[in-house]
Design a protein around this ligand. Sequence first.
Ligand code: SF4
Length: 503
Amino acid sequence: MIYLKLDGYDFQYQIEDVLKLFFKDEKVTLENGNNFDEEGIVIQCSVRRFKCPEDEHKLSFELMTCLKVDGKLLYQFTSDITALMIEINENGSYEAGKVLKREVKRQVYKALSGYTGREMPWGILTGIRPAKIVHEMLDRKLKKEQIMDELVNYYFVSRNKAALLYEVALSEKIILDSANADMVSIYIGIPFCPTRCLYCSFTSNPVKKYEKMVGSYIKALRKEIKSVGKILADKGLKIQSIYIGGGTPTAIDAQHLGELLKEIEDTFCMDDVKEYTLEAGRPDSITEEKLATIARSRVNRISINPQTMKDETLVRIGRSHTSGDIIEAFNLARELGFDNINMDVIAGLPGEDINDFMYTLDEIKKLAPESITVHTMSVKRASRLNDEKNSYDLTDEDEVTKMVDSAYEFIKDIGLKPYYLYRQKNILGNLENIGYSKPGAESIYNIQIMEERQTIIALGAGATTKLVYPKEDRIERVFNVKSVEEYISRIDEMIGRKENMRF
Ligand code: SF4
């Protein structure tokens, strides 16, 4: 049991965020009052607020964090935060800003790292998009040494991860800078899959069960595409990238896939579209007819995702295909002229060790895709794996770390470079997912969705549009309903939500 005592401000969320890094499954209890003698771990955080003498609209804070174990005080840190980022909001109340929250996390991290003797690869960076911080530093014109220093000494990121993050941010910056302010990207979701993977938490429905609904779904989607096409034309907005994902877009039949691709190309102005991706995804959904349909369209990037090349693992994770099917689908795609193919793999699949994982990478190397995305296993709350956790052998954290580090060296050796990166909740070893590509094959969409510097209009069931207002430093979300049935029956309402969007 871990007890939290908060005095002055409620930083429970920030403290728990750091606590979870060190004590994943421990229960945290918020304690009131001043009794500080409980058995076990007690974290006490107190904040005192003062008026800032130089500016009546700003405040100063004195922050103190203590870590006590079984009644004994082990660590105590204090910091003075003056004025920065702390302002009176519209309601006249005080709002603690980013700096104060970060300082709380730093103090708790220092205490827990000292107590456990452990350091986390990403330090106090617990968010999904760590590269954003580097982009902010680059915007502030900081030099490489200053960025590395801030990542390592302020955020407590390991030197290796800091160097990786810097490398990724520089690569992303080239793509981000190439987009004009009047550009958006488009996401189109096909929420069907052949079967549900063990670790899946996405909007995905078994295509067999929904077979009769696919036609109505594509009809509704085409209606939404038409209306978005009109909105973009009216506003004079251009499209930089299109991404058809899911689910698995190739789970639907070739005829419906063809109708969808035709609608996209008939409706949207394709003149500025640099990248047009279709996630073919699972080999058990790919046929020659579907690949030929895609090849006739303007799609210029596809994904064929093995996750692993070990047949026994494929069975364990609930995929109804073999490694042979993956190779066959890949070779067929090459024959049909696809020259930009991504392959996804997962480090730390249940029951796999580093030898299994490196075998997968060796097999993929033979195929020579233009990009490889290495995900680290994460046990998502909405997944079957989470419900059945005790029935599976989750890979040990040190082993997963070895896999991710070895993948970095292996993939760099075959000429691909890391170009985008993100993290997920409950990711094994507190690691990350990394997209690698051959130079020039970096996915524009992946970078734009991750760095949130461009509006992405998302269509289909469960899709979330993100309207980015860079001048206001703000993002607004517009949601589509998740259920396929509701999406079809409420399509006019979804279109109405899009028509109300402000650019
Ligand atoms: S292919 Fe992707 S979306 Fe479909 S079930 Fe597997 S993880 Fe989920």
